[in-house]
Design a protein around this ligand. Structure first.
Ligand SMILES: Nc1nc2c(ncn2[C@@H]2O[C@H](COP(=O)(O)OP(=O)(O)O)[C@@H](O)[C@H]2O)c(=O)[nH]1
Ligand SMILES: [Mg+2]
Length: 273
């Protein structure tokens, strides 16, 4: 089939190879989950079952691709951190994004149907995800990226928790609750929740307040990587490292990753991978 007269059309193709030796973060986001969550009657403001379906899908992706070192998710989004020397699809951006978007969509559908056999996904409302890839030059920016997503989770969740308590507990209309929350800062919302709704926000489930972090807990981190060594690794050493990544346990956390330096330091292999 090679060299047909039609092959010249390949010259129109363009490819973006993500910068080498940089951390790749791929973020998937549910398309139209505002409608999706209404259609399948999600609990407000957080549906634990739906979050667990997201988590099961993300976990499956980590099991399948050992290049993923860490993942963070909340609501309808998940971010996957790929190791610096990742060579999946030769670091081709389109390939990686379409792969992660389709993995997330199909795994989500699978785990949803497994969990809710009485509420199977209907053809008119299927779960679909888009994906983008960003490269980060060093570990500080990677950490700041994940802090940014966790802050976003916090801001949204505090707002949504207060909003839905005002509506469902105190009987305000959506508009009234919106007006009441306009211009308020975090401490105001905490106080409204505490004084008017009898809720201590800090006692809300951590999975809602902090999101979910999956980490590939690589045991023998010394051998696993060291910056200068990495370029000189033999094929056999690379294979051994891959084996170690594959057999590493994937652990789930719901902790504050913004301020906890110790948490990051005890996972320092992330920085060297
Ligand atoms: N009720 C409910 N809605 C959720 C939950 N998780 C996500 N959503 C919905 O999904 C939306 C996700 O935000 P975004 O991606 O900006 O909106 P999209 O463009 O509609 O997907 C939220 O605004 C909610 O409407 C949940 O646990 N419960
Ligand atoms: Mg979305």
């Amino acid at each position: 089939m090679a060299n047909s007269k039609y092959e010249y059309v390949k010259a129109f193709e363009r490819e973006n190879y993500l910068l080498p030796e940089t951390y790749i973060v791929i973020r998937v986001d549910g398309k139209g989950f505002h409608k999706f969550s209404k259609y399948y009657d999600f609990a407000k403001p957080n549906d634990l079952g739906a979050l667990q379906v997201m988590n099961a899908a993300a976990m499956q992706i980590m099991h399948r691709y050992s290049d993923v070192l860490l993942a963070y998710g909340d609501s309808d989004e998940y971010s996957f951190l790929l190791r610096r020397s990742c060579e999946l699809y030769e670091r081709r951006e389109m390939k990686l994004c379409t792969l992660f978007a389709s993995l997330m969509s199909t795994y989500y559908m699978h785990f949803w149907n497994q969990r809710y056999p009485e509420k199977l996904i209907q053809l008119e409302m299927i779960p679909t995800f888009d994906a983008r890839a960003v490269t980060y030059p060093n570990f500080r920016t990677v950490r700041d990226y994940f802090s940014w997503r966790q802050v976003d989770c916090h801001i949204n969740n505090l707002y949504n928790t207060t909003f839905w308590n005002l509506v469902e507990k105190l009987g305000l209309t959506g508009q009234e609750a919106e007006n009441k929350l306009m211009g308020t800062v975090s401490s105001d919302k905490n106080e409204i929740l505490f004084k008017e709704c009898g809720i201590n926000y800090n006692n809300e489930p951590e999975i809602f307040r902090k999101g979910t972090i999956f980490v590939r807990e690589i045991v023998n981190s010394k051998e696993c990587n060291d910056d200068d060594e990495i370029k000189q690794l033999s094929a056999r050493q690379k294979q051994r490292q891959e084996k170690m990544r594959k057999k590493a346990e994937i652990k789930e956390y719901h902790v504050d990753i913004i301020n906890d330096d110790n948490w990051w330091e005890s996972r320092s292999w992330l920085e060297r991978s």
